[in-house]
Design a binder for this molecule. Structure first.
Ligand code: ZN
Length: 383
């Protein structure tokens, strides 16, 4: 029997009824959560790790990432994940139908991190975000190719992704978005639409989104398409939230405008999920997912709330929460993270040259994936 006890921490479990935060030990047996309570009865030979002073949470679920190793954008989930407390990545359109097999065999099947994917409606995927957009040539935007691939890899593909913005679609306008919508409907999967510079316009995008679909890059600052305009959240956005559309952060290299985020938060419009959009070109702007979470602490959000939006909520929207992902439920996969809440002033930049500051931040201290410690920042484990 393989057993691990995380002892003395403050557990934050967004799924827990009533008391989401409490002092408890977390006992892991054979890769599953076996107990979350004070002083549980432990099997002989249990390895004990002192996590006192730390916040113990479900492993983070990053709803927007690019982890296709060897592809232009891809970062290695087993490098980025452990150091950031992230145990599940949702890749958002790095691969389309023509390359998904390579993504699967080269990365997903081999990774220690759990990886699921939104399949790019373009068969070539987000091949290079610095050159031509993958939707400029509509021949690549083949509904049949996408549907066949999503069906073949139904165990991994959780939705369809379309980067519906002027810098990606070129002269194709709204057509790629409409094709993505049709494929998602045909397969009964959620659609994720990325918001950037028009076209299409944000009202046109909102009109395509149904309950359970995801609008990613919700705090983008592109003037013509920002979701906060003339002192208020757009009507089409409020209506979309009302019918159950998910609003996701996806900070990335150009999609986090602190002014827009501040205004929307002040208007009571919180993001449903906080994701990083980590990729090879955004690492400098992001740092890691805990750094993105910390920016929301700086903007006034509560710690437990930020944790819920990076664990349980993205797991629910990725269809993984039923299996216990994003929770510390008894019997759930033992994906656990522990964070230090570091007090002290910190300066931040957004992706449009704006600056703001915070007074505390989250730092990943310990990461457990499927019951095994994959990161220990303190290197002070006790036998
Ligand atoms: Zn992205």
């Amino acid at each position: 029997m393989d057993a691990l006890l995380l002892h003395g921490g403050t557990v934050v479990d967004p799924e827990a009824r009533g008391e989401t935060r409490r002092r408890a030990d977390v006992l892991v047996v054979d890769g599953r959560i076996a107990a979350v309570e004070e002083a549980p009865i432990c099997p002989d030979g249990v390895e004990t790790v002192d996590v006192s002073g730390l916040l113990v949470t479900p492993g983070l679920v990053d709803l927007h990432a690019h982890v296709f190793v060897g592809q232009d954008l891809g970062v290695d989930p087993d490098v980025v994940g452990p150091a950031s407390g992230t145990t599940t990545f949702v890749d958002t359109g790095s691969a389309g139908g023509h390359l998904f097999g390579a993504f699967r065999r080269g990365t997903i099947d081999r990774a220690t991190a759990r990886v699921r994917a939104f399949l790019n409606i373009s068969s070539i995927g987000a091949t290079s975000i610095l050159l031509a957009g993958e939707l400029e040539n509509l021949a690549y935007c083949d509904e049949e190719v996408a549907a066949i691939c999503a069906t073949e890899h139904a165990d991994l593909v959780i939705g369809i992704k379309v980067r519906a913005s002027g810098n990606v679609v070129g002269a194709s306008g709204a057509e790629p978005m409409l094709r993505a919508r049709r494929v998602a409907d045909r397969l009964g999967l959620p659609l994720m639409i990325h918001l950037g510079p028009a076209p299409p316009g944000s009202d046109e995008i909102m009109a395509q989104l149904h309950a359970g679909d995801v609008l990613t890059h919700c705090f983008t600052g592109f003037e013509d398409n920002r979701l906060f305009l003339d002192g208020r959240v757009r009507e089409s956005v409020l209506a979309a939230r009302e019918r159950g559309v998910v609003f996701d952060v996806a900070h990335g290299m150009s999609a986090f405008d602190a002014e827009v985020a501040t205004e929307m938060l002040a208007a009571g419009f919180l993001p449903d999920t906080i994701s990083s959009d980590v990729h090879a070109y955004s690492l400098d702007a992001i740092g890691d997912l805990p750094a993105v979470m910390s920016k929301f602490l700086a903007l006034g959000m509560d710690v437990d709330d930020v944790i819920a939006r990076t664990t349980l909520k993205p797991a629910q929207h990725a269809g993984l929460a039923a299996d216990g992902v994003g929770t510390l439920r008894i019997g759930a996969p033992a994906d656990v993270a522990a964070f230090e809440l570091v007090e002290g002033p910190i300066a931040y930049a957004d992706t449009r040259g704006g600056t703001f500051s915070g007074s505390r931040r989250l730092r990943a201290a310990l990461t457990v994936r499927a019951g095994a410690i994959v990161h220990d920042a303190r290197k002070e484990r006790q036998p």
